[in-house]
Design a binder for this molecule. Structure first.
Ligand SMILES: Cc1cc2nc3c(=O)[nH]c(=O)nc-3n(C[C@H](O)[C@H](O)[C@H](O)COP(=O)(O)OP(=O)(O)OC[C@H]3O[C@@H](n4cnc5c(N)ncnc54)[C@H](O)[C@@H]3O)c2cc1C
Length: 446
């Protein structure tokens, strides 16, 4: 099945670009990559990127790289970033390759690969476009949540269209007054009079894909409306996950937020004003929503960290080549020992980040436990911080040119910054990690 889908995938990617795309290619002078990034570098997959991969994984990696080279060229992504274009059709093309539901079972249109495989694919995509790839990872996370916790009817209804990206999905946990303390969310779901539905009221903030997505996974606290249930409602045990379709009456969206980066995907508030959701659209059990949301985020954190690794690798490749081409004081920059050592540190940081991300992905493939949650948190914290610094160091190597939009690095810097904040801030990642280790030492199990 997998083989078949990859034969299909490979033939799809090898299709000639459409005539309009070819015209566009001729008309637009690719400002950066042709000038500073040689064709050799564009083809580059470092030894570190390929470390320890199976022949199949090398194949997925190559497929993702080919997609990136074709669809995420610098001038295209730069235009999306400038115009705040959400490239939905390009995402649908990615889905044709199986990238819409990478770790969703093949029974419902998914690709049936592992988290580790997904990480290898996302890394290559993020090298070309961090922001669009990051949305794709959130969409994949939502698909997995439905695959993992959905009823056969829910899977049948939603997954095929989501995996093909005919439909898009969003994850809705954060609220204006509930961010890091996610369990304090205030969106309420009250049983309707006929007992067939829940009526949701509340507001979700910062929702990636908000307004464009067709399916929203909304965490809300179920309430029976009586005073005695108030205490219960204030705990995470009341949180329940609802699948809400875009056209449901009472569902509306805020303005597209103006952001530092992640401009190729919309971020909007999702507002619920007496939104009636049938009981059959509860994902998992009543009260299981917080667990579902957190399990989704374990994988989400690996994915976001992977996007940081891809972005940092790309910036380092560009900077490394620039060191050979730019001359100051009569010599190429590559002759200065400070910059040589800086490059060595950057390579080490990217490699270490990748190893942590892949280890966490492999751990999550093996088991879902507090161990894997901690591995994911550590990888997310480490990789997003280190890779942001690598991008910043790359920008510094370009001097003033690094600050110019035309040279590409500044977009990566803007896009990677938010990875230290979302899907749990890096302070929250430290909370998760320290809690785990303190607990371990308490029991004397080390
Ligand atoms: C572009 C973008 C896209 C997003 N997409 C989504 C999405 O699709 N779905 C979704 O649900 N959410 C999304 N988010 C929300 C994101 O997950 C939250 O912003 C994040 O969890 C932090 O919450 P907050 O912004 O309310 O910050 P706060 O929780 O208010 O934190 C403020 C600061 O205090 C620190 N802090 C808080 N508590 C502690 C503590 N106990 N110890 C130490 N430090 C602490 C934090 O680390 C942070 O530095 C998105 C955010 C952005 C910016």
């Amino acid at each position: 099945m997998l083989k078949q889908s990859f034969i299909h995938l490979s033939s799809a990617i090898n299709k000639q670009p459409s005539a309009p795309l070819q015209l566009l290619k001729k008309a637009v002078i690719i400002p950066f990559q042709q000038r500073f990034l040689s064709s050799a570098n564009q083809e580059l997959i470092t030894h570190s990127e390929q470390f320890n991969l199976t022949p199949e994984q090398l194949e997925y990696q190559q497929l993702a790289k080919d997609f990136t080279n074709k669809h995420f060229q610098e001038h295209i992504v730069s235009e999306w970033d400038r115009n705040k274009t959400f490239p939905m059709e390009t995402l649908r093309e990615a889905a044709q390759l199986g990238f819409g539901g990478i770790y969703v079972s093949t029974d419902y249109g998914g690709t049936g690969l592992s988290r580790l495989d997904a990480s290898i694919i996302f890394e290559q995509l993020a090298k070309g476009d961090v922001s669009t790839t990051a949305y794709l990872t959130i969409h994949n996370m939502c698909c997995w949540m439905i695959d993992q916790y959905g009823t056969p009817q829910q899977k049948e209804r939603y997954l095929p269209a989501l995996c093909s990206m005919e439909k898009f999905a969003s994850y809705c946990l954060t609220e204006p007054n509930s961010g890091s303390d996610a369990a304090s969310l205030r969106t309420r779901a009250v049983l309707s009079e006929d007992g067939e539905s829940y009526v949701l009221n509340g507001e979700k903030a910062f929702i990636s894909g908000g307004g464009s997505s067709d399916v929203y996974l909304v965490m809300a606290k179920v309430s029976n409306g009586t005073a005695s249930s108030k205490k219960e409602e204030s705990s995470a045990d009341a949180i329940t996950c609802f699948i809400i379709e875009k056209n449901t009456p009472g569902l509306s969206f805020g303005k597209n937020e103006v952001k530092l980066g992640w401009n190729t995907q919309p971020t909007r508030a999702v507002i619920m004003d007496n939104v009636k959701v049938k009981k059959e659209n509860i994902l998992g059990e009543i009260g299981q929503g917080f667990k579902i949301a957190m399990q989704g985020l374990d994988g989400g954190r690996i994915n976001i960290a992977t996007c940081s690794v891809g972005g940092a690798q790309q910036c380092m490749n560009m900077a490394g080549e620039y060191l050979h081409t730019r001359k100051q004081f009569g010599k190429p920059l590559s002759n200065f020992q400070h910059l040589q050592f800086k490059l060595a540190d950057m390579a080490t940081r990217v490699h270490a980040s990748r190893l942590m991300v892949r280890t966490a992905a492999a751990q999550l493939d093996m088991e879902k436990s507090s161990h894997s949650t901690t591995f994911c948190a550590m990888a997310k914290r480490f990789a997003t911080d280190e890779c942001f610094d690598v991008v910043n160091d790359s920008l510094q190597m370009f001097g003033g040119y690094g600050y110019l939009n035309e040279y590409g690095v500044e977009r990566y810097l803007r896009d990677l910054r938010v990875h230290c904040i979302l899907e749990g801030t890096n302070e929250v990642m430290r909370l998760i990690t320290s809690r785990y280790y303190l607990n371990l030492y308490k029991g004397g199990q080390q």
